[in-house]
Design a protein around this ligand. Structure first.
Ligand code: WT7
Length: 657
């Protein structure tokens, strides 16, 4: 965001109080703040017993003696799957729909009740056990948005096998390194998935990941979705439906320690190597359930909730699977994209399923704005009562459009800040309590302590900016980086003493509201997805024609940021390109190469072939200057460059190119 845009933001003074009608039914109350303030650990202990069923009660709330490694609910034992499924059936809600599944092809829908889900997770737990999966074994899941994705995750949780879900947009190479890092013996995938009307392959990507070289995988379970042809490796590959049919229909779940790892989820950091963030069972389940209740205001008996994220990202983990299901909610799960087969698809689904709570991303909202309000206006959206936003800052203009066009001016909006690492929502209005302000995530939720600090780690004054930090451990905090405790300490706990550094810049407005401004490190946010500049640079440099590469995130109206790459070719490649005039082909080839190395989601929007990169005398690439070019701005101060003419060359080349 430009500095001008930023100062406009902070002059945003509109506020919206919740309606009396909303307040009357809201789960969240002002007392929560008081209770948490008075006794934070006592607050979480009480919530842990309110929201979860424990097979063995815990005897200590928090152990912070080995900071920054926290332990919550010590001595407690529970089963996450039992909390998310079994107990709702036992309480007589077996007939309640857990998932209204909507496939991308129209009329391809399935409703799954909690009783049906219960049978599925038991069979899947037995099938996994039959394949030799035991407590502590990591299982890789690479699936499209089908109910089996939730079943697979819950079945893993049921047997204490941490799952490692990889988003369907990642490549064979990305899968291979994640399989190796987690040591997964079993992969659960599908033949394919639907995307924009066409079936795309998933099994083939897994096959690619397992080709050549050693890997720990012994079994691949394959969900049948598109019925496309797939290659089959006898002895390794099994159809999911056949394995489930063959398995016992009942499975007695065993309880695990509250600190037992529930899952690993890889996310990009500032280096080229993705981090395996891992979460523990008790604290994670508690905070996802609690926030689903007080932030999303889910009333399981009456609401129809819809989170549009993919299960492959943390939002899908926390706010499709664990949070809402632990409450026993009814939700919509949609397989496809918002424009298939038409640009009103989301609103048609809201109308048909009578969705009451919608949780989506600013990038989607800005896309809908671009398509025009005439499209949602064709549908009946009166069932909606609450709207949520996540993934990146939401500009006040998009917030207001969301409120008026989608929410009919009646629904509170919760702008929720959190991360893969935080596991659950940390900063957000509490609907029914907080007067909302367009564009600001506002304040930490009850039980969470977070502030904006300056360079020295001191809290900033109102009206000033700094860094967002969390000052106390929280139940759903990451327990570490899989296999790399030093990196955990170094990345999050070394910038400021005794505080969790989130990597985001933030500002405090005159009223004390927090405005999260975005990453202050070399991490980009593209459509709410985290991408590392270093990872894309190393993918580019691995191409034989590339000598050097620098990647920046440039502001983009729809996606927040877009990936822009500056590439220096090897000499042979330059000559060849000149002779054959194949510059364009080469750009296409490089984009394809990034897709192969990381995945289609990491393809740069723009690749510029340049003769030099701007560097300081010590050889550090000055990304700030490249960002100026990518955002079509006057190039900033170049005095620290080793060779100040480099930027002239680049901008010159841009004008000609
Ligand atoms: C990064 C975390 C949380 C699930 C989706 C992304 C940015 C997230 C907001 C928000 C401003 C936000 C931050 C954060 N972010 N939500 N409401 N306002 N920025 O999870 O991939 O772990 O990315 O997303 O920069 O650090 P993630």
């Amino acid at each position: 965001m430009s500095d001008e845009g930023l100062s406009n933001l902070l002059h945003e003074e509109r506020t919206f109080a919740p309606s009396e009608e909303f307040v009357a039914q809201a789960n969240g109350t002002a007392e929560l703040f008081e209770q948490a303030e008075a006794d934070r650990e006592g607050f979480w202990a009480q919530k842990a017993r309110e929201y979860l069923d424990w097979e063995t009660d815990f005897d200590q709330v928090l152990d912070w003696s080995e900071r920054p490694f926290a332990k919550w609910f010590l001595g407690g034992r529970l089963n996450a799957c039992v909390n998310a499924v079994d107990r709702h059936v036992e309480a007589g809600h077996g007939d309640r729909v857990a998932i209204h599944w909507v496939g991308e092809p129209e009329d391809d829908t399935r409703d799954i009740t909690y009783a049906e889900l219960h049978e599925q997770v038991q069979r899947a737990a037995n099938a996994l056990t039959d394949l030799g999966v035991r407590e502590g074994d990591a299982v890789m899941i690479y699936l499209p948005m089908v109910p089996e994705a939730a079943v697979a995750m819950l079945a893993c949780a049921r047997i204490g096998a941490p799952h490692s879900v990889v988003f369907g947009g990642f490549s064979s190479d990305a899968l291979r390194s994640r399989i190796a890092d987690a040591g997964s013996k079993v992969v659960i995938t599908a033949d394919g998935g639907y995307r924009r009307g066409k079936p795309s392959g998933l099994k083939s990507v897994v096959d690619g990941a397992l080709e050549g070289g050693e890997n720990p995988v012994e079994n691949v379970l394959v969900v049948r979705r598109t019925e496309q042809d797939v290659e089959w490796t006898e002895g390794r590959d099994t159809w999911w439906h056949e394995a489930l049919e063959a398995a016992d229909a009942t499975h007695e779940a065993q309880a695990f320690d509250a600190e037992h790892p529930l899952f690993i989820l890889y996310t990009s950091g500032t280096t080229g190597k993705p981090k395996g963030i891992f979460h523990a069972t008790g604290g994670y389940l508690l905070q996802t359930a609690y926030t689903s209740h007080v932030v999303h205001d889910i009333h399981p008996e009456s609401d129809v909730y819809w989170c549009t994220a993919d299960i492959g990202w943390v939002t899908g983990h926390s706010y499709i699977v664990y949070g809402p299901m632990t409450l026993g909610a009814t939700q919509v799960m949609y397989e496809g994209t918002p424009d298939t087969p038409h640009q009103g698809r989301f609103w048609e689904i809201v109308q048909d399923k009578k969705v009451t709570i919608l949780y989506t991303a600013p990038t989607a909202i800005r896309t809908f704005m671009k398509w025009g309000k005439e499209i949602p206006e064709k549908f009946d959206l009166s069932s909606l009562k609450l709207l949520g936003s996540v993934g990146e800052p939401i500009n006040p203009e998009a917030w207001m459009w969301y409120r008026e066009v989608i929410g009919g001016g009646r629904c509170p909006i919760v702008d929720t800040w959190w991360q893969t690492e935080t596991g659950a929502i940390m900063i957000s209005p509490i609907p029914g309590v907080t007067e909302t302000r367009p564009g600001s995530a506002q304040h930490p939720i009850p039980g969470i302590n977070a502030v904006v600090v300056d360079d020295m780690g001191q809290p900033v004054e109102k009206g000033s900016g700094g860094y967002l930090v969390v000052t106390d451990p929280w139940p759903s905090m990451l327990r570490g980086i899989w296999g790399d405790p030093e990196r955990y300490q170094e990345t999050y706990w070394s910038r400021f003493e005794d505080m969790y550094f989130a990597g985001d810049g933030a500002k405090l407005d005159e009223d004390g509201n927090i405005w999260v401004l975005g990453r202050v490190d070399d991490v980009m946010n593209v459509s709410g997805h985290r991408m590392s500049t270093a990872e894309i640079e190393s993918a580019l440099v691995s191409h034989p024609k590339v000598a050097e590469a620098a990647v920046v995130g440039a502001a983009d109206e729809t996606t927040g940021q877009a990936i822009c790459a500056f590439v220096i070719l090897r000499e042979e490649a330059v000559e060849q390109a000149d002779e054959e005039g194949e510059g364009q082909d080469l750009v296409a080839e490089l984009r394809q190469h990034v897709a192969k190395e990381i995945g289609a989601i990491a393809k740069p929007r723009q690749i510029m072939i340049v003769a030099e990169l701007p560097k300081t005398r010590s050889g550090k690439i000055m990304r700030r200057l490249l960002k100026d070019v990518a955002e079509n701005r006057e190039v900033g101060d170049v005095t620290t460059l080793a060779d100040s003419s480099v930027m002239d060359l680049i901008t010159q080349g841009m004008k000609e190119g």
